[in-house]
Ligand binder design. Structure first.
Ligand SMILES: [Zn+2]
Length: 273
């Protein structure tokens, strides 16, 4: 049994696989494209509330919050500072099983938090990556969805750029109490950053808010509360905003889930000829 296996795949009597689309863009998102386009052109960022239709959004939430087994998650720790570099990824199954590994990760988190206070680029969050081509799990199904014509047309209508997914950096992310992502730019990753927030019943006071900042990271342009099923696009090429995720507050027991990925400009077929 594949965890989070799509329940929408069915075999016909003759054995041929029939695939029903799992993920669909909601009608409200499609209806408001013009408004999103205007906001994108004015500011270089835009948030689409209720992006997926209700059924597929709930399937995705159940996957992230319940179905993904702990061994799919890796806890990463990064400090980008001379003489104090840290770049670790530790499987969460190990953290659960082994007290000494748990102690190690607690210590690494403290180091990252301390580096954060000195305005160094650092982070700690959990990530789960997609699998090999053909994997029937919902995470991989979502990745297929953002490679589909339906999704590309939506992005093109909003951002005026036909997107190509930067495959390697597609991931599900989870932030728990104390975890954060310090302000940074992502220019080298692509044209557009996409963050699909997938946490139910999240409050702004829990932290874990996506902050869009000025280039010098001193002014807040916008705070995006990670509301359930909100897809945010952020212009990395022209606006070059700094952005980050604020610390999830102490003692918060809920996890903050999202799908995050970068989109490049798809080369037009005529351009090369
Ligand atoms: Zn998979």
């Amino acid at each position: 049994m594949v965890p989070g296996r799509s329940q929408y795949r069915r075999h016909r009597a003759d054995g041929e696989m029939v695939v029903k689309k799992v993920f669909r863009i909601s009608n409200s998102a499609l209806k408001n494209i013009k408004t999103y386009r205007e906001e994108w052109e004015t500011t270089g960022y835009v948030s689409t509330k209720n992006f997926l239709d209700e059924t597929s959004a709930h399937l995705l939430y159940t996957l992230l919050s319940k179905k993904i087994p702990e061994y799919w998650w890796f806890r990463s720790f990064k400090i980008d500072e001379e003489d104090n570099m840290i770049d670790e990824k530790i499987n969460m199954k190990l953290v659960q099983k082994d007290k000494s590994v748990k102690a190690l990760t607690d210590n690494l988190l403290l180091k990252c938090q301390e580096a954060f206070s000195r305005h160094v680029y650092c982070f700690s969050f959990d990530s789960a990556h997609a699998h090999k081509t053909g994997c029937p799990c919902l995470l991989c199904e979502y990745k297929q969805f953002i490679n589909s014509g339906e999704f590309k047309e939506f992005v093109q209508a909003v951002t005026n750029t036909r997107p190509k997914l930067n495959d390697i950096h597609f991931k599900a992310t989870r932030y728990q109490s104390g975890q954060f992502l310090a302000p940074h730019t992502d220019e080298h990753h692509g044209f557009t950053a996409a963050i699909h927030h997938m946490t139910q019943n999240w409050l702004p006071s829990y932290g874990g808010n996506l902050q869009i900042l000025s280039n010098d990271s001193k002014k807040v342009k916008k705070t995006v509360v990670p509301e359930f099923n909100t897809l945010t696009f952020l212009d990395l090429k022209n606006a070059r905003y700094c952005h980050g995720v604020t610390h999830v507050a102490p003692f918060v027991k809920r996890s903050r889930y999202a799908l995050t990925y970068w989109l490049n400009k798809e080369e037009s077929k005529n351009e090369s000829g």
